[in-house]
Design a protein around this ligand. Structure first.
Ligand SMILES: NC(=O)N[C@@H](CC(=O)O)C(=O)O
Length: 420
């Protein structure tokens, strides 16, 4: 194993120092080392994404575990949690083990599979949660993401079931009866455009119900992609009462608004939909306050034919892994402790990913990323490592650049390029 010396690096914004990486661990000195000039660069614990769609098995034309892993490493990630809405659905030990194994073979980030809550994401019958938990993939988070576990009795049973091993149900909060035919956020813009709206209350009603269920059962709930100011208030109250609930926000919900739908460009179609400027402000504040615990990408690659079509027919979702850090940097500024907490430490803790989200102290596993906060880049979809191109930031100049990423002491990205 090569030993590295990160010369003049700033650890989480502290004064420049030299950091060594030896035998997969962070150390304070070494006899001989390959020197990486890290002057002006900031070291952060490797980013951890609780919400990535890798599309394999089933839609390898949109993304594979390998292409998604490369995109993740280039985005500064060392671990991603892979959502279960693949084809076949990751609702059995066999499929979660396949995804886990593909992640190991790709070897660029730790791929931690999420298991489905219900068989085929159909919302009728609990999946084999126990078999997935005891499989080689060691599943701890379960989600029907893409669909809501709408049946309250099933949601209660799922929360009860995972309590035995301190598992988590990650809910896609969307009351389906309130969003039938929905195309975008319900509000002024949807009225003007004549598009069927997805009302904020469809999210807020499910979160309100689920925090009560989680409180009743004493189990862990995680709320995916929170998108409204009202949801933030429900979560704030639940947390104040001590409910075991955590929540995520996506980079796009921290930046973009429903006004973009007026372009009818399906790249802005996403679920939950882009909301209002007031919602964006509330989400930013909640992320700073800690009412929202983490930033998760909801990286949702889609093939060209599923995106470059009429708005109504386009699939919802946008890429996230390769731009998330820049978006968060533009939203939070150089608040390194906060960024490390919301993008690495807390997601690693929620997912139980040992060795990730460390404080980069001597002896910690060397899972880290080096970022250049002063760099600027223009997003060119053709240059992305993802197999898909559906980024909403095409042609946009974004701050910050991922210069290097290390997974257990081995570089996955050097000089801004994937090592393999
Ligand atoms: N977030 C999205 O807009 N899309 C997700 C699933 C979903 O939540 O609809 C996808 O899998 O594409």
């Amino acid at each position: 194993m090569t030993t590295y010396r990160l010369k003049g690096v700033s650890v989480l914004g502290a004064a420049p120092t030299d950091l060594f990486i030896t035998d997969g661990l962070i150390s304070d000195k070494s006899a001989s080392a390959e020197v990486i000039d890290a002057a002006g660069l900031v070291a952060l614990p490797g980013l951890v994404d609780l919400h990535t769609h890798l599309r394999e098995p089933g839609r390898e034309d949109a993304e594979t575990v390998e292409t998604g892993s490369r995109a993740a490493a280039l985005g500064g990630y060392t671990a991603v949690c892979a959502m279960a809405n693949t084809s076949p659905v990751a609702d059995s030990a066999g499929v979660v083990e396949q995804v886990w194994r593909l992640g190991r073979e790709a070897g660029m980030v730790d791929v931690q599979p999420i298991g489905a809550v219900t068989v085929g994401l159909a919302g009728k019958q609990l999946a084999e949660l126990g078999a997935m938990a005891t499989s080689a993939a060691n599943v701890r988070i379960f989600s029907d993401d893409g669909f809501c576990v709408a049946d309250p009795r099933l949601m209660r049973r799922a929360l009860e079931y995972v309590k035995a091993f301190d598992g988590i149900i990650a809910q896609h909060a969307e009351e389906p009866r309130l969003t039938e035919g929905a195309q975008m956020h319900e509000g002024e813009v949807s009225t003007r455009l004549g598009l069927t709206g997805w009302p904020a209350v469809a999210e807020e009603a499910i979160i309100a119900r689920d925090v009560l269920l989680a409180e009743h059962v004493g189990s862990r709930l995680h709320v995916c992609h929170v998108s409204t100011a009202g949801s933030v208030e429900v979560l704030r109250q639940a947390k104040a009462r001590g409910v075991r609930v955590t929540a995520e926000v996506t980079p796009h919900h921290l930046l973009l608004t429903d006004e973009l739908a007026a372009s009818y460009d399906p790249v802005y179609k996403v679920n939950p939909p882009l909301r209002t400027a007031g919602d964006v402000a509330a989400l930013r504040q909640a992320l700073v306050d800690g009412v929202i615990d983490v930033v998760a990408t909801d990286h949702a690659p889609h093939a060209v034919e599923d995106k470059e079509c009429e708005w109504a027919y386009a699939r919802p979702g946008m890429l996230g892994l390769e731009t998330a850090f820049s978006i968060v940097l533009s939203v939070l500024g150089e608040q390194w402790e906060l960024i490390a907490d919301r993008m690495s430490r807390t997601p690693a803790r929620i997912a139980g990913l040992d060795g990730h989200g460390t404080d980069l102290a001597v002896g910690s596993p060397a899972n880290l990323t080096l970022v250049d906060p002063s760099a600027r880049r223009v997003v060119d979809p053709a240059e992305l490592a993802s197999r898909s191109r559906n980024t909403p930031y095409s042609g946009t100049t974004l701050p910050g650049r991922i210069v290097a990423t290390f997974l257990r002491g081995e570089p996955t990205v050097l000089d801004g390029k994937a090592v393999k």
